[in-house]
Design a protein around this ligand. Structure first.
Ligand code: PRX
Length: 633
């Protein structure tokens, strides 16, 4: 690997070079650090109007040759994956690069044996077991497009995603152990498939010894699936722009968006950003606590670290099981050097009995990371002092499912740290702030909407099956720019501090939730006439969900209305989307054109009764007082 940036002066120099000549910058890095089957004709091309972007056009590669094969001669016996199970008493597992290569090839051959080919979509609905990583890489090996669905999603969410991408195969397990619970994943798949016609095969891993029904002709046990498969499988030649995976993220309106990521650009950028941000050194043990069901797991548990030849930890459990000291036990157990987690976990851990912390040393830690939502000063201070002992740089990494990789973050030990700031863009990344009129704000010290002026290699290329929605969501509000949906402040040093979403997406415990999707789920209840859902600040989760419901005029009396609504949301989206607070109100505040004024509801949910703005222009200003009284405000 090319040398990492090692000083702030060097960062500034490299950053400037990357903007002056992006083709040279990315072309040199890509050429010197990866195995390509065919070189590119052009480093990149970009058309913001049509939202058409390509990187390393004409090049051919297979990302798994870069994550696996190329390491075998030099570090075949080095541990690639350390897997820590949910139960601390269960034996952990490790896989060297040689072993991982063989496991991936076996699954790849098994997929081929059931007819999966390049371009086919495969849904992975699995707990955090090593087989999930094998499956991700096995799909990539044969050019199948993986669509990982987080194993906390409901059967309805799963079937929507399977149908949207027309997946022909689902890989799942009998159960997913997390904390004290075992989620019956196969049962959820069975329910989901009642409304999917596209799936021919379901492969079931025995993870929990759970009884589960097997449908003859469709379902097959994982051990039978891979039985007798060769541990060698040639890597499919992929065009740099061929899709590598689809990953769904909530939208501010309508159904989730299947973000499509490419092969070449994604590989280059996740590797680059992993190396630079975390300053990974050979021999380091790196642990990202995310689930592979989210982009953080894709980019910084699997692809980035493995391409960089790192040792990456995969954890099946939760920070709270068997008690709140689990993370620190695992850090000590494997002598983790680089630890990457989410502010919501940090806040929860900071509140618990210090004895959970003091029973561990955590002395191996060198770099700490955070991702997924803004980190507040208090949580940052605790992370810095109690976990880092005051001498581990904290990399506050800002990015999105859509960006594929980290765009704004300190480089550990290189960029001066400023608490709660994601600080500066990575080389090749050019953030700008826009005012409400769509004009770029020239002043250094400013607050505005965060956009990107330059394309970067790992940007999502489209929304699966709906390019127009991709254009509308990201490229139409500020023509000529990529719009992130986030607001940000920039200080006089040029450091960015992300202030949060400026659209109808709420981040609860680090999970993106579209309020429209939750409203649609609640509206399904017979007694509900209309629902409005907003986020409000929550001490641990960052944000929580508050729902306002109006009832049908002649609706029957539903004594268990709230429970039924919560169940509906759980079944439709998943337990993570359940509102924490609900109010039945006589009306929702609306504009004269009939749009719900969520701005007012957001303020009320946050307990703010002043500065509600001009409510006299509402169609029904009187409801505001009625809502306040219902909420006890
Ligand atoms: O609002 C930003 C917030 O998370 C959003 C992206 O969510 P998702 O696609 O689920 O990806 C999360 C993991 C990359 C962003 O639009 N966000 C992410 N990281 C940060 C953040 N907000 C503040 N600071 C961060 N470091």
């Amino acid at each position: 690997m090319k040398e990492q940036i090692s000083s702030f002066d060097e960062y500034q120099k490299v950053y400037q070079e990357s903007l002056n000549d992006p083709s040279k910058f990315w072309g040199d890095y890509a050429r010197e650090n990866f195995v390509w089957k065919k070189p590119w004709n052009k480093v990149y091309s970009a058309d913001f109007e049509k939202a058409k972007f390509s990187w390393f056009e004409g090049a051919a590669l297979n990302i798994t040759e870069n994550c696996l094969d190329r390491h075998l001669s030099e570090r075949g016996d080095q541990t690639a994956i350390i897997w820590e199970p949910n139960e601390p008493g269960e034996q952990h597992k490790t896989f060297t690069y040689n072993e991982l290569h063989a496991e991936v090839c076996r699954v790849a051959n098994a997929l081929k044996s059931i007819g999966v080919k390049k371009g086919d979509r495969v849904c992975l609905y699995l707990p955090m077991v090593p087989e999930l990583a094998f499956a991700v890489l096995a799909c990539a090996r044969i050019g199948a497009v993986h669509s990982v669905v987080f194993a906390g999603f409901s059967s309805k969410s799963l079937s929507d995603r399977i149908n949207d991408a027309s997946c022909s195969v689902v890989l799942t397990s009998d159960g997913g152990p997390r904390g004290e619970k075992v989620t019956p994943l196969k049962d959820i798949v069975d329910q989901a498939l009642e409304s999917c016609d596209c799936v021919d095969t379901v492969v079931v891993l025995n993870r929990a010894n759970n009884d589960c029904a097997m449908t003859e002709g469709r379902d097959i046990w994982w051990h039978d699936f891979i039985d007798g498969q060769s541990s060698k499988c040639p890597a499919e030649e992929m065009d740099s722009e061929d899709p590598l995976f689809i990953l769904y993220t909530s939208g501010s309106t309508g159904k989730p968006k299947g973000m499509v990521h490419s092969s070449g650009g994604y590989m280059v950028y996740t590797t680059y950003s992993f190396q630079q941000v975390f300053q990974y050194k050979p021999g380091d043990i790196y642990w990202c606590t995310a689930d592979i069901g989210w982009i953080t797991g894709h980019s910084y548990i699997v692809y980035g670290p493995l391409s960089a030849g790192a040792t990456t930890v995969m954890f099946e459990g939760t920070p709270a099981y068997p008690d709140m000291g689990r993370f620190w036990d695992v850090v000590d157990k494997y002598k983790v050097n680089i630890f990457y987690t989410a502010p919501t976990a940090i806040r929860a851990l900071a509140q618990c009995d210090p004895a959970h912390l003091t029973r561990t040393t955590r002395e191996s830690l060198r770099v700490l990371g955070t991702v997924g939502e803004p980190i507040n000063q208090e949580a940052w201070d605790w992370y810095n002092t109690e976990i880092g002992g005051g001498d581990c740089p904290i990399v506050d990494t800002w990015w999105q499912t859509e960006t594929g990789g980290i765009l704004i973050s300190p480089l550990a030990g290189v960029t001066p740290i400023k608490p709660t700031y994601a600080t500066l863009p990575l080389p090749g990344i050019q953030p700008v702030l826009m005012d409400e009129n769509g004009v770029e704000i020239p002043d250094m010290e400013a607050e505005g909407r965060l956009c990107m002026k330059q394309p970067w290699p790992s940007m999502a290329r489209t929304i699966y099956g709906n390019h127009q929605r991709y254009i509308n969501t990201y490229f139409s509000q500020f023509p000529g720019f990529y719009f992130t949906g986030d607001g940000s402040r920039r200080d006089s040093d040029g450091d960015y501090r992300i202030t949060g979403r400026v659209d109808d997406i709420v981040i609860v415990s680090g999970h993106n939730l579209g309020t429209a999707e939750i409203e649609d789920a609640i509206d399904e209840h017979k007694a509900v006439a209309e629902a409005a859902v907003v986020g409000y600040p929550h001490e641990v989760k960052g944000n929580s969900i508050c729902a306002f419901l109006t009832l049908e005029k002649h609706s029957e009396n539903y004594p268990n209305l709230f429970t039924e609504v919560l169940d509906l949301v759980s079944e439709t989206i998943g337990p993570i989307a359940k509102p924490e607070r609900m109010y039945i109100v006589p009306g929702l505040p609306k504009t004269r054109s009939g749009k719900i004024m969520r701005r007012i509801l957001r303020k009320l949910a946050a307990g703010e009764t002043d500065n509600l703005g001009d409510i006299s222009t509402l169609l029904n200003p009187e409801v505001v007082e009625a809502i306040k009284s219902e909420m006890g405000l």
